[in-house]
Ligand binder design. Sequence first.
Ligand SMILES: [Zn+2]
Length: 366
Amino acid sequence: MWEEYYSNDYVAAAQRFRDQSQRLMDNGVAYDVQRLVLKEKGPMEEELSIDICMLGDSSANKLLLSTSGIHGVEGYPGSAIQLYTMKEIENGGIPEGIVVAFVHALNPWGMAWLRRVNETNSDLNRNFLSPNEEYLGEPEGYGKVNHLINPSKPPSKSGKIFTMEMLFHIIKNGMRRTKQAIAEGQYTRPAALQFGGEGLQQGPKLFLTWLEEVLEDVDNVMAIDLHTGLGKSGQDTLLLNPGYSQEEIKIMKQSFGKKIAALDSSSIAYRTRGDLHQGLMTRWPDINWTCITQEFGTFSQLRVLKALRSENAWTQHGNVEDIYNHWSRQRLLRTFNPKNDGWRGQLLKRGRMLFEEGLLHLLERE
Ligand SMILES: [Zn+2]
């Protein structure tokens, strides 16, 4: 089930998005489509692009911004949610006073090549540092865990020893601190996990340039960024950037329910540097932002980490001829995009629901 939404490769996903955009253009719900093309090519020599569809009232000053695939492989479920939502609004349209932008595959290279990072091994959700911030530094404790998560030789498929060593490390250093050290984002080790890049990357640059024009007359934005890999399987958490007061979080819970959680170490998540929403909020401080990262759980954190570790180590040190079909890549894909009907259906339903709640939230804004 759900095969019409969940694509097997980037080529199919992008084509479906463009076809659906065209249908929305034809019936007058959408008014513009754009393609931001990258220099690199995909595994089938295909062109890689961030595809965009604009719907609703082009003169509106309220924008709903839906983004997918900033984490490459996570783009498959993200793409499915966007496609499903776009199909559902084919007949209903968009409420007056709102413009909607669906941005498909913010990291098309990673999506096409089945990686979470981009063509320079950069995690794009750590790449949006504020314009005056330097791409330097690493979290406390990264050095200590480095040899475990970034082995210098390609690891075995079972990874049994790693699991034991990692558990030992967690017992010694604490779960919260270990998670924070690994996930925050580092700017010192370009071939290692969670590298945030040496500077603003090609895709983010194209995206920000496009957004500049779109935001010219906009004063309210509801931003939803779609992710998988964190939390309970099939369940979503709605992560808010730090900086919201307790009072604001309470109001957000009224709009979006109990799934709201702050993006800090008190929830399932952790503090991060340079994520997309922080990047947008610091670049356009005069806009009233509501930013939600919708995270759907897949497997246990250790299993996710193991898949990331082996995929990156095989990429860096494996010398594999057909890396696309290598088990480490295919396993990464299935870790962030499980082939499970129940899970897939749940995602479409919740993804669509948050989109609707986002529209309502915008309508209520002054
Ligand atoms: Zn993600």
